[in-house]
Design a protein around this ligand. Structure first.
Ligand code: FE2
Length: 435
């Protein structure tokens, strides 16, 4: 197993010079740690439009600091390279036109090594800026720099999800890192009752959050129950054996359309060889392990499974209220990227409480991704970060085995289109409490 050292501590508010510099080095170096097992050739491939090459991720997060921090505050600012603003802008209309997303894999230069040089140049200028700004200017800039850290952490997770797809397209089925969990069966699914009532959701208190987690507000929840762990491959095999992918009545109409058009018969990374289901993971391709959470599902598949089971998906408010009141924020036991499994693991032994809420797989909810009451995006280009995507996407909660440590929390709202299958997604069941 390849050992990749992860940050041990990720402070959420770092406004002194020393804290900011140390956090800067920690976040930036972790991107390079995660990229280290990948050759320049690995880092150049784009296997589908949703996937970006590793070196593009490494350059784009660097462009973010260059564009939103250095260009604003550096004395005598000059771009590192004239055309990088065009190549490495992702979707910021306010910054100007950009290279086509689906064609990022056509770019052989700058190569992976050149991107490393670009990163080093911006790192030196960022350190210099942080070191020399007067306290007032630094205070003003700190929130943008902190956004840059969290943006880079999001891309660390995307980098891993994307390279998983790149490697899966190779008939040699190369591995990235990690080892498979021992084969096991799932334990009995338990249920946890939650009282509900008038409850508070949204980010509160100190520490970083994205604008889409604000403002905190009250919602009313009827009493409900949550499954005490994620749904497993073993349970998914039962769904498949019972005709889950063949019964239109279980599916949302849009989902059934996708099943028929795209021939879905199993989760995204599963393939059947000689009658046995195999799953591609970041540590290679192995027979499907019944005791491990099922992952790489669309929202449609998660919803169809819940219908088949006679249950439903939780709302994002139900998920957050249960996480916040029954568990608190994630601790070291969560299966995030620093555990270096790079895949979901079997649930820990049942304890009567909720298991696997943080890490393992992002959990689909039944909630459309919408603005919270009173939401206001930030002014300027940074305001494009979250708000403009509030259409046609569903909310996911909890983080996954590829999420960097310090980047999961109870109020975190991830979002993807309902048909997305390449992210590391899974599901937990919910139902109303018995009257
Ligand atoms: Fe980005």
């Amino acid at each position: 197993m390849t050992t990749l050292s992860a940050p041990t501590h990720s402070p959420t508010d770092s406004r002194t010079v020393d804290a900011l510099l140390s956090r800067y080095d920690e976040v930036r170096s972790y991107t390079e740690v995660l990229s280290a097992p990948l050759s320049p050739e690995d880092q150049t491939v784009q296997s589908m439009a949703d996937v970006s090459p590793t070196k593009w991720h490494r350059a784009h997060v660097t462009w973010f600091f260059e564009t939103f921090v250095l260009a604003e505050q550096e004395r005598n600012f000059a771009p590192y390279q004239d055309k990088y603003w065009f190549l490495f802008n992702s979707y910021y209309e306010a910054v100007g036109p950009r290279y086509a997303r689906a064609e990022r894999g056509h770019i052989s230069r700058p190569g992976a090594h050149d991107v490393g040089t670009y990163r080093g140049n911006v790192d030196a200028r960022m350190r210099d800026l942080i070191d020399t700004l007067d306290p007032g200017a630094l205070e003003q800039l700190a929130s943008t720099i902190e956004l840059g850290f969290n943006h880079e952490q999001q891309h660390q997770e995307l980098l891993l999800m994307d390279i998983k797809h790149v490697l899966s397209a190779n008939p040699l089925q190369p591995a990235y890192a990690g080892t498979p969990a021992p084969i096991c069966d799932p334990d009995r699914l338990g249920w946890v009752d939650v009282e509900g009532g008038l409850v508070e959701v949204g980010h509160e208190g100190g520490g970083f959050c994205f604008d889409n987690e604000l403002p905190p507000h009250r919602v009313y929840l009827e009493p409900y129950r949550l499954g005490d762990r994620l749904i497993t491959n073993g349970e998914w095999l039962e769904f498949m054996a019972d005709g889950g992918y063949d019964r239109a009545g279980l599916w949302l109409s849009d989902g059934w359309g996708r099943v028929q058009r795209e021939g879905w018969q199993a989760p995204f990374y599963w393939q059947q060889l000689d009658g046995i289901w195999f799953e591609h993971t970041l540590h290679g391709t192995f027979p499907v392990n019944p005791g491990v959470p099922v992952t790489h599902l669309s929202h449609y598949e998660a919803d169809a499974f819940a219908s088949w089971a006679g249950k439903r998906l939780p709302t994002e408010q139900e998920w957050e209220h249960a996480a916040r009141t029954l568990l608190g924020e994630p601790n070291d036991s969560a299966n995030l990227a620093d555990s270096q499994t790079f895949h979901a693991r079997p649930a820990p032994p049942a304890s009567g409480g909720l298991r696997q809420m943080y890490g393992d797989c992002w959990e689909w909810t039944s909630s459309a991704y919408l603005a919270y009451p009173g939401f206001h995006p930030a002014e300027g280009a940074i305001g494009e970060y979250n708000g403009k995507f509030m259409s046609g996407q569903m909310v996911l909660r909890g983080g996954c085995a590829l999420t960097p440590p310090g980047h999961a929390r109870a109020s975190y709202r991830n979002f993807f289109p309902a048909g997305a299958r390449w992210p590391m997604t899974g599901l937990r069941l919910a139902e109303g409490a018995a009257k």
